[in-house]
Design a binder for this molecule. Structure first.
Ligand code: PLP
Length: 420
C-alpha cells in the first residue's frame, strides 16, 4: 500500500512501539512468572477503585447513564465537568479561570498530539518551528508525535549527586538554564517549551524556582510553557516533595484522569487561555467530533461535592508514597555499595536507575532481562534528540514500581545479577 507522508511517518515502527509490543506480548502470554516492571500503568488502589464503581452504580441508578452514552458533547468536551473543574481549580489555587479555559481530549496523549502540531512544525510563512524540552530525559510518548520531522529539541541535564542522610546513592537532574537560554537566544524556531512535572521517566519534580524561571523565559520569548501534570496535583497527586502548581494564561497545563486509575476512560484535560482552548475544540471537531464523555461524567459529582481531592490526599497519595518508600528501601538493600544511583524519588511511580560504570548498554540489559521474562524500559528512548555519543544516555533504566514488593524485589535482583 502506498501511504501518504502522514501514513509513512506514523506507520514506521520505532523503538518505543517495538517495546510496547514486547510488553503487550508479555502481558498476553499469561505466563505467571513474568516480572513486569515496564509500561506506565497505574496500580488500582482498592478503595479508589471501589469509589469509581460506586459512582458508576450511581449513574445507572439515577438513570443518568443515557446522557453519557446517548449524546455527543461539544468539541471541547463535557460542559458539566469543565465547569466543575474550573470551579475547583479556582477555589483550590485562586486562578482566574472559567470553563472556557478548559478543553478535554481522548487522553493527554491525544491532547499533546494536537498541541504540538498546533504550535510547531511547518508554519504558514514557510518557516519551521520546534518544541524545546528543557530537561532531558523526557516522556517518550512525545518523541514521535510531530507531523513533520525534526520538531523537538532537548537539553542535557546537569546531574547533582545527592548527599543523603542514609548514605543511599542518589542523584537529581537539574535544568541547565545556561544551555536553555543559549538555545532560546540563538534559535528563533523554538515556539514552545514543554516539561513533565512529575517527570516520566525519572520521578523528578522540577522545583518551584525552575518552573518560575521557565515561566519567565517563555514570557520573554513570547512562547507558551506546556506543563504535563499527568501525575501531579490536584489529581492524582503523586508528589512526595514540596511543590506548588502554577498556572497563568501563558501556561498550558495538561492533566489526565489516567493515573487516578482510569486510563481506559481516555480523558485528558488542557487548562489554557481561551484561544488555545478554541483551537483544540476545532481540531477535536474534525478529528473526533467530541471527546469521550464517560470519564468526565464519572468524576463530576466527586468534584462538585468536594470528594475527589480528599480521595487523592487520603488514599491515592499514601498508597503511592508507601510504594515509593518500598522501592527506595529495596534499592538501598539490593544495590548497597555498588556504583548504581537512584534518581531522587519525588513523584509519579517510576524508579530511574543509573548504572554509572555499566559495561553493557541499557538496551543490552533490556534484551538479557527479557530472556528471563523480566521487563523494564531501557532509558535511551527517553533522551529525545540527545546524541548517542553521550554515555549517560545508555546507562539508565526505568522501572514502574506500582506493583507488589515481591515482584519488584525479584526484578531488582535479576537486574543486579545481569549487571554484576
Ligand atoms: N504524559 C505523561 C508524562 C505520561 O506518562 C503519560 C502516560 O503514561 C501521558 C502523558 C499520557 O497519558 P493519557 O493519554 O493516558 O492521559
Amino acid at each position: 500500500m502506498d501511504y501518504s507522508n502522514f501514513g509513512t511517518k506514523f506507520t514506521q515502527p520505532n523503538g518505543i512501539t517495538q517495546l510496547m509490543e514486547d510488553l503487550g506480548d508479555a502481558k498476553n502470554s499469561n505466563n505467571p512468572n513474568i516480572v513486569m516492571l515496564g509500561g506506565g500503568n497505574p496500580a488500582l488502589a482498592p478503595e479508589v477503585n471501589d469509589i469509581f464503581i460506586n459512582e458508576l452504580q450511581k449513574l445507572v441508578a439515577n438513570n443518568t447513564l443515557s446522557n453519557v452514552f446517548g449524546l455527543y458533547d461539544g468539541p471541547t468536551g463535557n460542559d458539566a465537568f469543565r465547569a466543575a473543574l474550573a470551579k475547583q481549580l479556582k477555589s483550590e489555587y485562586s486562578w482566574d479561570l472559567t470553563a472556557n479555559n478548559i478543553a478535554l481530549g481522548n487522553g493527554s496523549q491525544a491532547n499533546f498530539f494536537v498541541l504540538f502540531n498546533l504550535l510547531a512544525g511547518s508554519m504558514p510563512d514557510g518557516s519551521h518551528k520546534k518544541v524545546l524540552f528543557p530537561l532531558a530525559p523526557e516522556y517518550v510518548g512525545y518523541a514521535d508525535q510531530g507531523l513533520t520531522d525534526d520538531m523537538f529539541v532537548a537539553i542535557k541535564p546537569d546531574i547533582e549527586i545527592l548527599n543523603t542522610e542514609s548514605g543511599s546513592n542518589q542523584f537529581k537532574y537539574i535544568i541547565n538554564f545556561k544551555a536553555v537560554e543559549q538555545v532560546l537566544a540563538s534559535d528563533s524556531s523554538i515556539s514552545a517549551l514543554c516539561v513533565s512535572r512529575p517527570t516520566n521517566p525519572t520521578g523528578n519534580v522540577i522545583t518551584d524556582e525552575e518552573v518560575q524561571h521557565l515561566d519567565l523565559l517563555a514570557k520573554q520569548y513570547n512562547i507558551p510553557l506546556i506543563i504535563d501534570n499527568a501525575y501531579g496535583d490536584p489529581f492524582p497527586g503523586c508528589i512526595y516533595t514540596d511543590a506548588n502548581l502554577t498556572w497563568n494564561s501563558n501556561i498550558i497545563l495538561c492533566m489526565s484522569l489516567s493515573k487516578l486509575g482510569l486510563p481506559g476512560l481516555r480523558t485528558g484535560i488542557v487548562v489554557a487561555n481561551n484561544d488555545i482552548i478554541k483551537a483544540i475544540g476545532r481540531v477535536n471537531g474534525s478529528m473526533v467530533l467530541s471527546p469521550n464523555s464517560f470519564g468526565p461524567s464519572l468524576v463530576t459529582r466527586l468534584i462538585n461535592e468536594d470528594e475527589l481531592l480528599p480521595l487523592c490526599k487520603n488514599s491515592v497519595l499514601p498508597f503511592y508514597r508507601e510504594k515509593a518508600q518500598t522501592a527506595m528501601n529495596l534499592f538501598d538493600e539490593i544495590f548497597a555499595h555498588l556504583p548504581v544511583y537512584l534518581h531522587k524519588v519525588e513523584g509519579a511511580f517510576f524508579m530511574w536507575l543509573w548504572f554509572k560504570e555499566a559495561k553493557i548498554t541499557s538496551e543490552q540489559l533490556y534484551q538479557k532481562l527479557k530472556e528471563q521474562d523480566v521487563y523494564i524500559i531501557p532509558g535511551h528512548n527517553f533522551f529525545i534528540g540527545i546524541d548517542d555519543a553521550w554515555a549517560h544516555k545508555h546507562q539508565c533504566i526505568r522501572i514502574n514500581y506500582a506493583t507488589d514488593a515481591s515482584t519488584l524485589r525479584k526484578g531488582l535482583e535479576a537486574i543486579k545479577a545481569v549487571m554484576a
